[in-house]
Write a protein that binds this ligand. Structure first.
Ligand code: PEP
Ligand code: MN
Length: 343
């Protein structure tokens, strides 16, 4: 249920409503709007009508049901788009399109520092790089683990770029959170509810990738797991879904961007690298994503894709990335957005 406070409701009246929601056995989530507060009360759907009694409390305007199965992720609870601050000046969901770029996996200090400098020069605001890799084959490179996190930290110190990196196992959440600016949940873990619940208790932004076979509704229910634990800083990422088509690694569901925008306040970014699997297709999908209204992109870039430990065929070379970024500025402009601080 949504408890909509009156425009002139006092802080004490909001607090009283919060207290009553708790007494009735529901979890209150206060969203402070510019004009008024709304309180999302989430919990057991079956007895939720008891919350209707809050309508008689002073300061409460009305109590309305949330129709969507996901509550805190829905536009009903929070009609304004959410902005997720990564570090001061890097905000996902604001006017600026945020570009995260870097290799699929961290391989060496030289590789990650070189790439970080190159993507920064081209205008990226964040570095990506996997230290824990969820590979389809147990015989493939699994990542450098904590050593990889240390190298990402060095690259951050050298460039000032915050970084996003994946956490695969609930056991490693605490360690990854000690290093990372943003923790990524990969497509294969989108319904790992134990992992999502742990990430919901962190005070760090989470990049939640769509699973290769999750519907939009299932995907938003996964986001809800994180939000329900109290972590509001969730960024969604469309990265391609499984279809009958084999010409591309996955099929980029470009319409997922406007569909998500109609249903959720959470920012949405696109990963054209995993969506297509081919470097030659990445730039055009970057432009299309910006035209579709995304808030950012996460792009794989490797200094020597032919020697990459993972995902070389879909990785742009630094020069190709820089070229794509130049053209992307034009698409950002006509979409009413900025890129890399340009007005
Ligand atoms: C990745 O970002 O390197 C990755 C493994 O992505 P996904 O989970 O989308 O396949
Ligand atoms: Mn990859």
């Amino acid at each position: 249920m949504i408890i909509v406070m009156k425009q002139d409701a006092s802080a004490a009246q909001s607090e009283a409503a919060v207290k009553r929601i708790k007494e009735l056995g529901y979890e209150p989530h206060v969203i402070r709007g510019q004009r008024r507060d709304v309180i999302g009360a989430v919990g057991d759907e079956r007895g939720k009508m008891v919350l209707q009694s809050l309508e008689s409390m002073s300061g409460v305007d009305k109590v309305v049901p949330i129709l969507r199965p996901y509550k805190l992720a829905s536009l009903e609870v929070c009609p304004q788009p959410s902005q997720v601050e990564i570090v001061p000046g890097v905000v996902v969901g604001g006017p600026e399109i945020i570009i995260m770029a870097g290799p699929c996996a961290v391989e060496s200090e030289e590789q990650i520092v070189y790439t970080a400098k190159a993507v920064k020069r081209a205008g990226a605001q964040m570095l990506r790089g996997g230290a824990f890799k969820p590979r389809t084959s147990p015989y493939s490179f699994q990542g450098m683990e904590e050593d990889g996190l240390k190298l990402l930290d060095i690259a951050r110190q050298e460039t000032g770029l915050p970084f996003v990196t994946e956490v695969v196992n609930p056991r490693d959440v605490e360690m990854v959170a000690r290093y990372a600016d943003v923790l990524q949940v990969g497509a294969r873990n989108v319904q790992n509810f134990a992992l999502l619940k742990m990430l919901g208790q962190l005070d760090k932004p989470i990049l939640l990738k769509r699973g290769m076979a999750t519907t939009i509704q299932e995907y938003l229910m996964s986001a809800e797991y994180i939000l329900a634990e109290g972590n509001r800083r969730v960024i969604l990422c469309e990265r391609g879904i499984r279809t009958f088509e084999t010409a591309t690694r996955n099929t980029l569901d470009i319409s997922a961007v406007p569909v998500l925008k109609e249903q959720t306040h959470l920012p949405v970014i696109v990963d054209p690298s995993h969506a297509t699997g081919h470097a030659s297709l990445v730039p055009s999908m970057c432009y299309a994503s910006v035209a579709a209204g995304c808030d950012g992109l996460i792009v794989e870039v490797h200094p020597t894709p032919e020697t990459a430990a993972s995902d070389g065929p879909q990785s742009l070379r630094p020069a190709e990335f820089a070229d794509m970024m130049m053209k992307l500025k034009e698409f950002a402009k006509v979409s009413g957005r900025t890129l890399g601080g340009d007005a």
